[in-house]
Write a protein that binds this ligand. Structure first.
Ligand code: ADP
Ligand code: MG
Length: 358
C-alpha cells in the first residue's frame, strides 16, 4: 500500500550548513499493518511521518501510495491526504469549533458529505472513542487525553486508509496515556493501517505487526516485535530496547584520575539502585586497571546497566588488541569465580573484556 524508496530529506540551517535528517529510508507497508517507529529523539522519526504525507516534502526518493508516486509532478496531494490521516502530539484541534464541528468540518468540505450525514457519523465516532458526552463543548474544556481521542475521531471521519501517529501520548499526563492507547489498540484490532511513532515500548510490542528502529536517519533495523525486542541484531537496537545506561571513561595512560571513576561509579550505582554492587565493582575496576590490564592503553572503560534485564557490567575495551588482554593466571581465575560471567570478544577497534556483575 505504501512503498518508500531511497527517501532522503535535508534541511538547510540558518548559517547555510545542510543537515541530512533522512538518509536513505526504504520500506514497504501493507494494508492492515500496525507499525511502530521507535528510536532515540532527533533521529528523523517525525520527519519521516511528515515526509510520507508531504507536510515536509522530501529532498529525493519516491513514495508510492496505492500504486501512484505521490512525489511525481501533477499528483494531487489532496487525494493522498484523504487517504492518510495524521494525529499529532499536540492534538492540533480547531479551538474555535466544538468537538462535533472539529469532526464534521473536513468530511463536509472535502468529501462533500451533507451536514446531517457527517453529524450522524461523527456521533458514532465519538461513541467509539468514548466522547459522546462532550460533542457540544470546545476543545479548551477537555483534558489532554480527551483532546487526543477527539483528534483520533476527527482523523477517522475522513475514512482514511491509514493513520500516521506522531507520539500521540507524549504530551499527556501519565494518567491519561492509557485511555488513548486503548482507543489505538481497538483500531489496530479492527485492521486499520497505522504508523505510530512512540516511546511506549510495551504498547509497541503488544500491538505492532512490525517495528522500525530508526537511528541516524535510516531504518536501522526492522522486524517483528519479537525480533526487535528479544533478538535485536545491532548493538544500537539492543541498547535502545534494553534502555542501557552507561558511564564511559577514556583512559589514555597511567595518569588517570581513578578517584573520579570512584565518584562516578557511586553516583551511577545510586541512580540505578545498584549501591549493593558499588564496593565490589570498585575493587574489580582497580584490579583490572592496575593489575590485569596494566599498561594496556588507550582503553575505554564503561559501566553499563540494562534497566530491563537488570544486567550490570564493567566493560574494558583495549584498543588495537587482537586477542584477549586478560592473562590466565591465578588472580584472574579468582576474579572469574567472583563474578557472574566474563565475556571476551574482539571489536572493530580492539578487544573487549566485559565483566558481568549481575
Ligand atoms: P525525531 O522525531 O526522531 O525526534 P525529528 O524528525 O523531529 O526527530 O528531527 C530530526 C532532526 O531534524 C533534528 O535534528 C531536528 O533538529 C531536525 N529538523 C527537523 N525539522 C527541521 C526543520 N524544519 N528545519 C531544520 N531542522 C529540522
Ligand atoms: Mg519527533
Amino acid at each position: 500500500m505504501i512503498s518508500i524508496k531511497h527517501l532522503s530529506k535535508s534541511f538547510r540551517n540558518p548559517d547555510g550548513s545542510v543537515i541530512n535528517v533522512l538518509k536513505d529510508v526504504n520500506c514497504e507497508i501493507s494494508k492492515g499493518e500496525v507499525i511502530s517507529i521507535i528510536g532515540p529523539s532527533g533521529t528523523g522519526k517525525s520527519t519521516l511521518l511528515r515526509a510520507i504525507n508531504m507536510l515536509e516534502p522530501p529532498t529525493s526518493g519516491e513514495i508510492w501510495v496505492d500504486g501512484e508516486n505521490i512525489m511525481a509532478k501533477g499528483y494531487k496531494l489532496d487525494k493522498m491526504r484523504r487517504k492518510m490521516g495524521m494525529v499529532f502530539q499536540s492534538f492540533n484541534l480547531f479551538d474555535n469549533m466544538t468537538v462535533l464541528e472539529n469532526i464534521t468540518y473536513a468530511p463536509v468540505r472535502l468529501l462533500g458529505m451533507t451536514q446531517e450525514a457527517a453529524k450522524a457519523e461523527a456521533m458514532e465516532l465519538l461513541h467509539k472513542v468514548g466522547m459522546t458526552q462532550k460533542a457540544g463543548v470546545y476543545p479548551d474544556s477537555l483534558s489532554g487525553g480527551q483532546k487526543q481521542r477527539v483528534a483520533i475521531a476527527r482523523a477517522l471521519a475522513m475514512h482514511p486508509e491509514a493513520i500516521l501517529f506522531d507520539e500521540p501520548t507524549s504530551a499527556l499526563d501519565p494518567t491519561m496515556v492509557g485511555e488513548v492507547l486503548s482507543v489505538m489498540r481497538q483500531l489496530a484490532k479492527e485492521g486499520l493501517t497505522m504508523l505510530i511513532v512512540t516511546h511506549e515500548m510495551r504498547f509497541a510490542r503488544d500491538v505492532s505487526t512490525r517495528i522500525f528502529f530508526m537511528n541516524e536517519g535510516i531504518i536501522y533495523e526492522d522486524g517483528t516485535p519479537e525480533q526487535i525486542f528479544e533478538h535485536p541484531i545491532h548493538s544500537a537496537t539492543k541498547a535502545f530496547v534494553n534502555r542501557i545506561q552507561k558511564l564511559v571513561y577514556e583512559i589514555e595512560d597511567e595518569q588517570f584520575d581513578y578517584l573520579q571513576i570512584h565518584t562516578g561509579l557511586n553516583q551511577f550505582c545510586l541512580k540505578y539502585n545498584l549501591s549493593a554492587l558499588a564496593d565490589d565493582a570498585y575493587v574489580i575496576i582497580k584490579e583490572m586497571l592496575f593489575e590485569h590490564l596494566k599498561g594496556l592503553r588507550p582503553l575505554t572503560f564503561r559501566i553499563t546497566h540494562a534497566e530491563l534485564s537488570g544486567e550490570t557490567a564493567l566493560d574494558f575495551m583495549v584498543e588495537g588488541m587482537k586477542e584477549s588482554p586478560l592473562p590466565s593466571n591465578d588472580a584472574v581465575k579468582k576474579l572469574r569465580a567472583r563474578v557472574k560471567n566474563i565475556v571476551e570478544e574482539p571489536t572493530l577497534r580492539g578487544f573487549r573484556v566485559k565483566i558481568i556483575l549481575k
